[in-house]
Design a protein around this ligand. Structure first.
Ligand code: MG
Ligand code: MG
Length: 260
């Protein structure tokens, strides 16, 4: 598998990644106390299909839904369900689409209503750690530089970085090489080459870094049941500065309008 993409392939991944961002904005529009998480899944699936794409996760290794929805102590790979969100929840929503043969994959953790300050800080810092990692995702660096930047930033706040789950390459397949851990050592791991496309996705726990998998065979949750946050962008390795293919702009425009 060639890990370096052509500009034409990168354009297609960008289109898929942008559709993910717009889909997550639809989620943002509808997320509020009282909504069932399966309703968000239906909205997302309809939106993706209306735009000529197919949900990237549905059927992937048997995953049954369009979105991974992981509430509070659930880290990733949670199932949408009849569970109603309540004031104070945080919700990781991870979305993938497949369009024109290429995947997009991005995640955002939403605050539902009034979330306590400690948990809000976890969200903000996890989001920030993603950009710290992206800063190091440049040609000539190594995978370990990304993980080190994320890990050292969040561990300064006493948070735990999930070890069991990692970011990945992205293209015609949802998960390609190389793995992109959110922890690591500077100067270690595979070299970053211009044109590689990576999904970088820190999963950061308020407490203990350890996670366990629930009996549904998918959902990961924190061992100590403290909350966990998750943000994900697709980026292409360039010289000097990575290009971010996905976007939170559509999401945050909706969230800002909701506040006003
Ligand atoms: Mg994802
Ligand atoms: Mg991913």
């Amino acid at each position: 598998m060639n890990l370096v993409k052509t500009e034409n392939e990168i354009n297609l991944i960008r289109e898929s990644s942008l559709l993910v961002g717009k889909t997550l904005a639809e989620v943002a529009r509808n997320i509020s106390p009282g909504i069932q998480t399966q309703k968000l899944d239906q909205i997302a699936e309809q939106f993706i299909r209306d735009h000529g794409a197919v949900p990237g996760f549905k059927g992937y290794n048997g995953f049954p839904f369009t979105l991974c929805i992981s509430v509070n102590e659930n880290v990733v790979h949670g199932f949408p369900s009849a569970r109603e969100l309540i004031d104070g929840d945080i919700v990781s929503v991870d979305c993938g689409v497949l369009m024109n043969g290429f995947y997009g994959d991005s995640a955002y953790t939403f605050a539902v209503g009034d979330v306590n300050e400690e948990t809000l800080a976890l969200l903000n810092r996890t989001r920030e750690s993603l950009y710290k990692g992206i800063e190091k995702a440049v040609a000539g660096n190594r995978i370990g530089d990304i993980g080190f930047a994320i890990q050292s930033f969040v561990e300064d706040f006493g948070y735990g970085v999930v070890r069991d789950l990692v970011g990945h390459g992205l293209g015609k397949n949802l998960h390609e090489k190389p793995e992109v851990p959110n922890f690591g050592r500077r100067g270690k791991g595979p070299k970053l080459v211009e044109g590689m496309v990576l999904a970088i996705e820190p999963m950061v726990n308020l407490g203990d870094k350890r996670v366990v998998q629930e009996s549904d065979g998918w959902t990961f949750r924190t061992v100590d049941r403290k909350p966990s946050a998750h943000f994900e962008h697709d980026v292409v390795i360039r010289k000097g500065q990575a290009e971010i293919l996905s976007t939170f702009d559509f999401i945050e425009e909706v969230l800002n309008n909701k506040l006003n």
